[in-house]
Design a protein around this ligand. Structure first.
Ligand SMILES: [Zn+2]
Length: 245
């Protein structure tokens, strides 16, 4: 008999697999792992409900090259997020980046708990898109491409808090002197807000902070430009959202 093991985690990707089966990517403290579920796309399927992204499952699986889920329970369905389009879209933005970049992140536990914190913030907030923005800004650190936010990227001048502005291509602050030669991508106020979001711990972010971030819509397009320029990543989710608007 095959060995049966127990696990749990959040489904962040579902792919169709032969014979009406599906492969789920399930994220937990232990990493991002693939599991097969049988009969997901059969009519009257009883396993279809497990093959939904943003679903927290507890499950048993048999060990093999492609582990097979033999039994599963939905511990959390996050229906309050799924029923709210803005909230769900914010989650989709986050999940798309998790799927894209997970294997370059080497701290499984940190990214998992960061993801859970973002889900909880989105669930309770009027500004879910700001939570996606926080995720995207802080993810830069986990991807090892942190912007330079404590000194001028050109000359190393530490005096940036009064006039410094962020330049996209150089990936950080440009001081007042160097601004004669480099174009600012964000104005000073927006730049300081970007830095504030980057440096504020996720558990210190509350609804009033999210409301404040929401007053800086330029940061939303800036972060897209940042991912495009520095990571050659163009969000399909955001493209669809823009087309829908
Ligand atoms: Zn400078």
């Amino acid at each position: 008999m095959k060995e049966i093991l127990k696990s749990e985690g959040i489904v962040i990707n579902v792919r169709e697999y032969k014979d009406n089966n599906a492969i789920l990517s399930i994220m937990s403290e232990n990493g991002l792992n693939s599991f097969m579920v049988r009969g997901v796309y059969k009519q009257g399927s009883r396993t279809n409900k497990f093959a939904q992204i943003l679903t927290y499952l507890s499950f048993n699986y048999s060990k093999s090259n492609l582990p097979l889920i033999t039994e599963a329970y939905i511990d959390e369905n996050y229906s309050d997020i799924k029923l709210d389009m803005d909230k769900y879209n914010s989650i989709l933005i986050i999940i798309e980046k998790l799927n894209q970049f997970y294997n370059v992140i080497n701290n499984n536990s940190l990214i998992y708990h960061f993801f859970l914190d973002c889900i909880n913030l989105i669930r309770d907030s009027k500004y879910p898109m700001m939570v996606a923005l926080i995720f995207e800004i802080k993810l830069l650190y986990l991807l090892g491409i942190s912007p330079i936010l404590n000194e001028c990227v050109i000359c190393g001048n530490k005096n940036i808090t009064q006039f410094g502005c962020i330049n996209l291509h150089n990936g950080g602050f440009i001081c007042q002197n160097c601004l004669r030669r480099y174009y600012p991508s964000l104005n000073h106020e927006e730049s300081m807000m970007f830095k504030k979001i980057y440096t504020t711990k996720i558990n210190k972010i509350d609804e009033s902070a999210l409301g404040l971030y929401n007053q800086y819509p330029k940061l939303l397009s800036f972060i897209d430009d940042y991912y495009l320029y520095h990571l050659e990543f163009n969000s399909k989710v955001k493209k669809v959202l823009k087309e829908m608007n």
